[in-house]
Design a protein around this ligand. Structure first.
Ligand SMILES: *Cc1c(COP(=O)(O)O)cnc(C)c1O
Length: 403
């Protein structure tokens, strides 16, 4: 076991384990190198044999990337971490190290669109079965576990409907059945939720989102036990090659320093805007873990330190209403992704979840009127001003049509 770091999360996101850098450099250097030279042929032999610690080639490990991996592991309370070129590289490498043909996976209904795409490919081409199920009820979950079930893979909060899964309940099931529990923690970040504390085995992040935080890179992370991460590193990552470059790792180390500050701001803005949105007459329904009327509010409070910086809502009307509303926005950008300094809005049915067949989408409760907002770091007043003027124009159009 690794030594538990007793400092607070925001301190650890800045200092890590506080090893210090060469020459007293405050900021870690970027080891922009593909390979590492050996002092002798024998040393090379010993490194390859694993008898001597040290770097060999940057697809296997790189010091800048390694610093990031150690930091995310520390924040998630994991033994080890591993960085990837994207969230999808993290997800595909983790799954590839776990499953073989004939295995079965249980997946939370409403996962990230490309995760669904990956599962479909695994099924069609590699005979890995999966069931997408609601994870509210323990007996329901148990009824889907088969002798060949290998792992349970969930997002919480779930993209984009913000449903929350009880990780403690779920991990009691996976532990009982000897299954690996994988949690995609992208929406919460380790500042708001640390799945390993609730019994998860593996945590995945699209670091493109909150951890990077500035919309300037694509990256993924995974954390878990030493054995599991070593397995992923020495098979799926080494041989499939989805590694993170040193410069992007360095940007992520920089992003981590302000992660806590940013998360708290994203969360407080979401709370302010949610209260305004829920009473606006153009809005049918909001999906936000911080809303006291939301069915998953109590659960979110139990396992998250705050309610997150995302909110989805349904407009009264139809797909055209939703698109017309988006087109009225002036400051808020129409873009997928989340966790950036800029407030972003997207239409899941035609964007992030367009790859999900209509029928599955309906099961996931992703309607054509559903929109997802990722609150940025702008003034909440300016964000609301933009939303309100667009909502008012949308209401005018809807009421005109009704007349
Ligand atoms: C964006 C995202 C991913 C995929 O990450 P990339 O970095 O874009 O590959 C996976 N899961 C969730 C919840 C995401 O939001």
């Amino acid at each position: 076991m690794t030594q538990m770091n007793k400092k607070q999360l925001e301190t650890r996101a800045i200092h890590g384990k506080g090893k210090g850098n060469e020459h007293g450099s405050l900021v870690p250097p970027i080891y922009q190198t593909s390979t590492f030279s050996f002092a002798s042929a024998e040393q090379g032999e010993q490194r390859f044999a694993g008898n001597e610690k040290g770097y060999i080639y940057s697809r296997l490990a790189n010091p800048t990337v390694r610093e990031l991996e150690e930091k995310i592991a520390d924040l998630e309370g994991a033994e080890d971490g591993i960085a990837f070129s994207s969230g999808m590289a993290a997800i595909s490498s983790v799954l590839a190290s776990l499953v073989k043909s004939g295995d079965h996976l249980l997946i939370s209904e409403g996962v990230y669109g490309c995760t669904f795409g990956l599962l479909t490919m695994l099924k069609d081409r590699f005979q890995v079965e999966f069931d997408l199920i609601e994870m509210d009820d323990e007996a329901h979950i148990r009824s889907f576990i088969k002798p060949n079930t290998k792992a349970v893979y969930v997002e919480t909060p779930i993209n984009p409907t913000m449903r929350v899964i009880d990780m403690a309940m779920l991990s009691s099931v996976t532990k009982d059945k000897g299954l690996t529990l994988i949690v995609d923690n992208t929406f919460a970040s380790p500042i708001l939720q640390r799945p390993l504390e609730f019994g998860a085995d593996v945590v995945i992040h699209s670091a493109t989102k909150y951890i990077g935080g500035h919309g300037d890179l694509i990256a993924g992370l995974a954390c878990g036990s030493n054995d599991f991460i070593t397995g992923v590193r020495s098979s799926a990552q080494k041989d499939m090659g989805g590694i993170l470059g040193p410069f992007d790792a360095w940007l992520l180390l920089r992003g981590l320093k302000t992660l806590s500050l940013r998360m708290h701001r994203h969360c407080s803005t979401a709370k302010i805007i949610s209260e305004k949105l829920r009473t606006h007459k153009a809005v049918e329904k909001i999906y936000y873990p911080g809303d006291p009327d939301f069915s998953y509010h109590a659960l979110a409070q139990k396992q998250m330190d705050d309610s997150g910086g995302l909110l989805s809502f349904e407009l009264k009307g139809n797909k055209q209403t939703a698109q017309a509303f988006m087109n009225q926005l002036s400051m808020i950008k129409i873009a997928v992704s989340l966790g950036d300094a800029e407030t972003l809005i997207q239409h899941p049915a035609t964007m992030t979840h367009a790859v999900v067949p209509e029928q599955e989408r309906q099961k996931m409760k992703i309607s054509d009127r559903l929109l997802r907002l990722s609150f940025g770091l702008e003034s909440p007043d300016d964000i609301w001003e933009d939303l309100e003027q667009a909502l008012n124009k949308t209401t005018e159009k809807v009421s005109k049509r009704i007349k």
